[in-house]
Design a protein around this ligand. Structure first.
Ligand code: AMP
Ligand code: MG
Length: 512
């Protein structure tokens, strides 16, 4: 522990807040509401590095106060962005950052620009009925999953740290408050565009679109300055968003990630995974798996995600129509979605199966695989990971895969076809296995792993009984395992295992 006199002063992050200064209509300026006695729960040394910070600094009260909203760093211009959106397919009207504030934009270590946002920082003009807070449970989940997704190579907002406070927060039960500092090149969502389109603020809509083009779309920006842009440039923006979104969906599907709340206000214009709430990774394969207890219709079930991503792009297209002007241009731009999704999803599946080149019979190979997995609820992550042990020459390596199936005969039948398919590739076993292990993760943030870390951090044992103290070390250990998801390490067997029986009762909802 360090005494107050040893604490270094806050490094002067040099703020340059382009979004906050873009147009007063983008949101509301306001200060965070302080939280008493903040303490550090977890920090990402990788994200600290991206910001050129020494992660040890985050333990000091000056940083804890910045993250908890007790101190606004010099140069920051905190603001809540206004947006709207379609929630569960229905127009939801004005939403906005109801419990998050953008502090501002700083230069990353490599010169790229990153925005800092605190989530759980108190009420804003967009809080509606909410209290503006986030609880420790959901903050730990967001922190861990942001970093886990990044390590998987999946585009995502990042998380620098989670800070907790003993301030009580009422959800289904009384919990405690926490704040996550999120880091991203931008937090702009489809919903920001939908807001200005819906309320007929077309001039502001254009300011926002030009901002996104000028900052994040160098190829479109190079065609000419904002004042000269026509519908074709905004259609090109739509096309790029459609491509990025499709590519993100292909990646989610490839690791069994379910977002849970794919409302258009939770869709990033940069194609990043954003707003981690009731997300989950598939354990036993079920194409219809619904990870969000609140989603009774299964609108956002696993197999629905690619279609919902496309539907959301249509909602964005509608919002951009005042700028694009021509329906055919918009349709043409949107057609990039399916083309990108199909191409990228097929390529990812081929790689997961260790296949180098596509074959006309592969569709049958894949569909029969998913059918067998579905019937046995075979563990998604372990199935693909263990596939690297399958040998084309004989069935000696089939056992670990076979063990994941209740219907062993179905597994054997599929494995025989798969082995024959592998034989056509003529790639050495060791080489193929190594390539497969680079794309099929062993460690993903299964719900029960997050739950154990949360229980420990809340002063409970892994089984849920009270202990004498809160222990944040499990959050750190889990982060460490998830930070190298493709690299098998001794001692981490528990993080690769299927969920224990008690975990089948876990449910996650929108309450966070
Ligand atoms: P979500 O589906 O969690 O992304 O949230 C949808 C909307 O509700 C966003 O505008 C959030 O800012 C807002 N919101 C969620 N929880 C709270 C809360 N506790 N207090 C205020 N606003 C909230
Ligand atoms: Mg949201």
């Amino acid at each position: 522990m360090s005494t107050a006199t040893e604490q270094p002063s806050l490094p002067t992050l040099s703020f340059d807040n382009r979004f906050a200064n873009l147009d007063p209509a983008m949101g509301s300026r306001l200060a965070p509401v302080p939280l008493p006695d903040p303490y550090l729960v977890a920090a990402s040394s990788q994200v600290a590095g991206m910001l050129g910070l020494d992660p040890r600094m985050l333990q000091f009260s000056e940083w804890l106060d910045v993250i908890a909203g007790n101190r606004v760093p010099e140069g920051a211009q905190p603001m809540a962005a206004v947006y709207a959106g379609h929630q569960f397919g229905v127009w939801a009207g004005r939403l906005g950052d109801g419990r998050a504030l953008l502090l501002g934009e700083v230069a990353g270590h490599d010169g790229s620009r990153l925005e800092l946002q605190i989530k759980g920082s108190g009420p804003t003009p967009y809080s509606r009925m909410g209290d503006g807070r986030a609880v420790l449970r959901s903050s730990i989940r967001e922190f861990l999953c942001s970093e886990a997704m990044a390590a998987l190579g999946i585009p995502t907002t990042r998380a620098l740290a989670v800070v907790g406070s003993d301030q009580p927060i009422l959800r289904e039960t009384v919990e405690t408050a926490a704040v996550v500092m999120r880091v991203s090149p931008s937090f702009v969502r489809f919903g920001n565009f939908e807001y200005f389109a819906h309320f007929n603020q077309h001039q502001t809509l254009r300011v926002l679109a030009d901002y996104v083009i000028d900052r994040y779309e160098p190829e479109i920006a190079a065609r000419g300055p904002a004042a000269t842009r026509t519908g074709a440039s905004y259609a090109a923006l739509l096309e790029n968003v459609a491509r990025r979104t499709a590519s993100l969906m292909a990646k989610w599907q490839s690791v069994g990630f379910c977002h849970g709340v794919m409302n258009t206000d939770n869709m990033s214009i940069l194609g990043l995974t954003i707003d981690y709430g009731p997300f989950g990774f598939l354990d036993g394969f079920d194409a219809n798996h619904i990870c969000n207890h609140t989603d009774q219709q299964g609108r956002y079930a696993y197999a629905m995600q690619p279609g919902v991503g496309e539907w959301n792009c249509f909602a964005l297209a509608q919002a951009l129509m005042p700028l694009i002007g021509d329906v055919d241009l918009a349709k043409q731009a949107l057609s990039a979605y399916r083309e990108t999704y199909d191409r990228e999803h097929s390529a990812l599946l081929l790689a997961k199966l260790g296949l180098r080149s596509a074959h006309p019979d592969d569709d049958t190979l894949m569909s029969s695989m998913f059918e067998a997995m579905q019937a046995s609820h075979a563990d998604f992550t372990l199935f693909f990971r263990r596939l690297s042990g399958v040998n084309p020459d004989d069935a000696s390596g089939d056992g670990p895969v076979r063990d994941l199936f209740i219907d062993r005969a179905a597994a054997d039948a599929w494995l025989a076809v798969y082995r024959a398919r592998l034989a056509t590739e003529g790639v050495a076993q060791a080489e193929r296995a190594a390539a497969m292990n680079r794309v099929n993760p062993l460690y993903v943030l299964r719900n029960h792993l997050a739950e154990i870390a949360i229980r420990r951090a809340s002063g409970l044992s892994a089984e849920g009984s009270p202990t004498s103290e809160r222990d944040y070390t499990e959050v750190g250990r889990l982060l460490e395992a998830l930070s190298s998801p493709y690299e098998e390490r001794r001692g981490l067997e528990a993080y690769a295992a299927q969920p224990p029986a008690w975990a089948s009762h876990l449910s996650v909802s929108c309450s966070s």
